[in-house]
Structure formats: C-alpha cells, structure tokens
Design a protein around this ligand. Structure first.
Ligand SMILES: NC(=O)c1ccc[n+]([C@@H]2O[C@H](COP(=O)([O-])OP(=O)(O)OC[C@H]3O[C@@H](n4cnc5c(N)ncnc54)[C@H](O)[C@@H]3O)[C@@H](O)[C@H]2O)c1
Length: 403
C-alpha cells in the first residue's frame, strides 16, 4: 500500500495531530509543511525528516500533488485556506471550528461539493472515550428517549489558554462560545440526535475584562507563557492579548429540531478543567464525573431521593494519547476516509451546525438574550453530505503516492 502524501498548514501546538499521520511505510506520511512564521516553520518541520518540503505559503503547497492537507491554523483563517485547497482539488482535514461564521461554513460545504473534493472536519470529541461511553449507553436505551442535555464546561487555565493570544479577539473567533463551545455543541447534537434551531444566551467578560496589563506576544506560542503553578487567581493574570473583547462566561439554551432541550455553560475562570454532561431521558438520567480515563458515567433509573451511588456505573476505558486517545483515532479515521471513503463519526454538516449554534448564541447574548433562529443547510448540501460525499475524488487516483 502506497503511503498517502499529506501536508500540514499551521505548525502551532495543534500540529501534534500531524505526528499521528506521519507513519512512513505505514500508510501515510507528512511530506510538506507550511507556516507563515519562518522561525516556527524551520523549527517544527524538522521533525518530519530531511526530505520534508517546508514552504512559507499555501501556493507553493498546491504544486506538490498532495493526497490531503491538515489545516491547523487559527480559526479565522480556516475558511480562506479551505476554499483555496478545495478549489485546487486537494482533500482537506479542517480543524474545528469549521469557520467563524455560518456563512463561512456554508461556503466551504458548497465548495467541497462543487469541486467534488473530500472534506473532513476534526471534531475529535466524538472519538473521546467519555463521549463514546455516554453515546453507547444512550444507544442501549439506558435512560429511554433523550429529552434534555445540560453541559457545564469548566475551562480551567482559561486565562492562559484563551486570553493571551488571538482567541481573545472576537474578529478572530467570533466568541469563545463558538470557538471552544463548538466541541460540546457538536457533542450535544450528536447525543440528542438533533440540531439546534433556536437559541438564547447570556454572557459577560466578567473577570479578565478588569485586567489592564497587556503584552504583544508575536512569535510566542502558548507553551511559552503557560504556567499551571502560578497565575492564580485569574484576576491576577498579566500580559493579556492587546484586544480582549470575548466573553469569559457564557450560558446558552437550545431548542433542537427533534424537540430536545439543551443548555451549555462555559466558564474560563474555574480552578479545574473538565466537562460535565447530564443527559435526561424518559426512563432515567446519566452524568459523567471526570472526562478522562478512569472517569465514571453514572446512570440513575430507579425512583429515589439523592443517591450518590447510581444504578449503573460505567468506568470510562483507558486510552493513551492526546484528548483521551481521541486525536490518534481522528487522524486514523481521516486517512481511512481519504483512502476508502469510509463512513465517519462526524460530518461536515454537523460541524456547520455546531458553529451555527455558537454563532447564533453569540448574537443572542450580545443582544441581551434575544432568541435567535438557525436555518438548516439547503437540501442539495444536506443530501450530498448525508450520502457520504459521493463522487469526491479518491487520493489513490493521484499519481503521487509513495511506497
Ligand atoms: N480539536 C482540538 O481539540 C483543538 C485543540 C487546540 C486547537 N484546536 C484548533 O486548532 C487550530 C490551531 O490551534 P493552535 O493552538 O495550534 O494555534 P496557534 O495560533 O498556536 O498556531 C497556529 C500556527 O499557524 C500559523 N499560521 C497562522 N496563519 C497561517 C496561515 N495563513 N498559513 C500558514 N500558517 C499560518 C501560525 O504561525 C502558527 O504557527 C485552531 O483552529 C484551534 O481552534 C483544536
């Protein structure tokens, strides 16, 4: 089997994804890298071996006859880069969030269909063992029919992670409700078996907005300033991004197209980092405690007062690697999708729906909580992606595979 010839654009922290795809002789390898920062390009491309093509701009990548490209750049660049790759006939792995506007997502969906090029959006949380455990219990009917999902997202380290670079600037992300929430909004939709059609939200910049100390961190990456042992409490942080205008606390309510009601709360100044999903069905409820290996999902399905011990307790299975083992699974699925067009756990339309919910909720919270409706994609787009992108080109038809 020839290796897929893959490229990666954006060699920041998230480029660890590309390492999972660099398996020379094992089915795929990274043959080209691109980053607009020459220092990063030089330092990070070396890990893919001496033959790597390290190029400073996307145009140079388009000449390399690649089977697929990982787009791992900041959110506001996703749309333009994806559109250029798709127009050039290059299959795309696009990091979440798909884009920072609904219109941007729709342009990407349309371009991939028009050019018949494969599009995959990297919603790794669908591969996380805790999410898989929740989903398996639902599929087995452990709590009957789902009626409500509540997700509380405690974004510990929020100040270091999201308020010292581009994430804090709404022109680069729209909001953290979209940027970060796209993960959980997609999971909520997946667990519920529906998508949001109306949302309302409230939010505020309630802690980091009071910090006046700013820093220009050009050339730095998050690992240069991340300090888990200090920088506490959050109001003591220094060196925030010059622009800080995204919310650090947001709460949204969703009405899904299948009648399920959901809520998502995100806070960037908690001491701890994890997500708690509570799913309520017609015959019980379940909840996760912790979200990594060894965490528990507990199910209550008997009538009682409060009981910490549930009726069913499932331990989330161990897995190694980033995001609870999800990232390696994600990359493996992308490569299989490129090679064989296999059915995937996520879909580009689902990724769009997550952005749409976050985008609408941001509009709602910035308008004092007014309800905002969300339109579905058109029928032609919906049918094309539901059918698994029929007719999109197969990479093995390219001349460039290497053995
Ligand atoms: N799925 C997940 O769990 C997860 C986790 C972290 C980040 N992300 C996503 O991954 C993406 C990258 O995140 P990051 O933390 O690595 O960002 P980052 O800003 O730290 O790094 C991005 C890199 O892309 C480069 N770059 C910027 N614009 C470019 C362009 N036009 N062409 C080529 N290179 C360019 C930058 O120089 C930088 O090296 C974001 O979209 C983020 O939302 C996803």
């Amino acid at each position: 089997m020839d290796d897929l010839r893959l490229g990666v654009i954006g060699l920041g922290p998230r480029s660890t994804l590309a390492d999972y795809a660099h398996l020379p002789g094992g089915g795929s390898r990274i043959v080209a890298c691109c980053d607009t920062d020459p220092r990063i390009l030089r330092a990070e491309s070396a890990r893919f071996g001496p033959d790597i093509a390290a190029v400073p701009d996307l145009d140079r990548m388009l000449d390399l006859d690649l089977d697929g490209v990982f787009v791992l750049t900041p959110d506001d660049t996703h749309e333009e880069i994806a559109l250029r790759l798709l127009a050039a006939g290059v299959n795309v792995f696009l990091e979440k969030p798909m884009a920072i506007t609904v219109e941007g997502c729709d342009r990407i969906l349309e371009a991939a269909r028009r050019h018949r090029v494969r599009l995959y959006v990297g919603h790794n949380m669908r591969h996380m063992p805790v999410v898989q455990t929740l989903r398996a219990l639902l599929t087995q009917g452990a709590i009957g029919e789902v009626k409500a999902i509540w997700c509380r997202h405690f974004v510990g380290h929020g100040g270091d992670f999201y308020f010292k670079d581009w994430h804090a600037d709404r022109t680069r992300t729209t909001s953290l409700l979209l940027q970060k929430g796209a993960h959980d909004l997609d999971v909520i939709h997946w667990l519920a078996g529906g998508v949001s059609r109306q949302v309302t939200a409230l939010g505020d910049l309630s802690v980091y907005g009071g910090i006046t100390d700013r820093a220009d961190r050009s050339g730095q990456r998050m690992r240069d300033w991340f300090d888990p042992d200090n920088n506490w409490p959050p109001a003591s942080l220094t060196g925030l991004n010059p622009v800080v205008d995204v919310e650090d606390i947001s709460m949204m309510l969703m009405q899904l197209d299948n009648g399920v009601l959901a809520s998502y709360q995100q806070c960037h100044f908690t001491p701890d980092y994890w997500r708690n999903y509570t799913v309520i069905g017609t015959e019980g409820r379940m909840e996760n405690f912790g979200d990594e290996s060894g965490a528990q999902v507990r199910v209550w399905n008997r009538r009682s007062n409060y009981r910490a011990e549930a009726d069913i307790t499932v331990v989330v299975p161990p897995a190694s690697g980033a995001h609870g083992g999800a990232d390696s699974e994600l990359v493996a699925e992308f490569c299989a999708f490129l090679r064989d067009g296999v059915q995937t756990l996520t879909s580009p339309v689902a990724a769009r729906e997550a952005v749409a919910a976050g985008y609408a909720a941001t509009a709602s919270l910035r308008a004092g909580g007014r309800p905002v409706a969300i339109e579905a994609v058109g029928d032609a787009i919906g049918e094309y992606y539901a059918a698994g992108q029929p007719g999109a080109c197969r990479p093995t038809a390219h001349a460039g595979g290497v053995s």
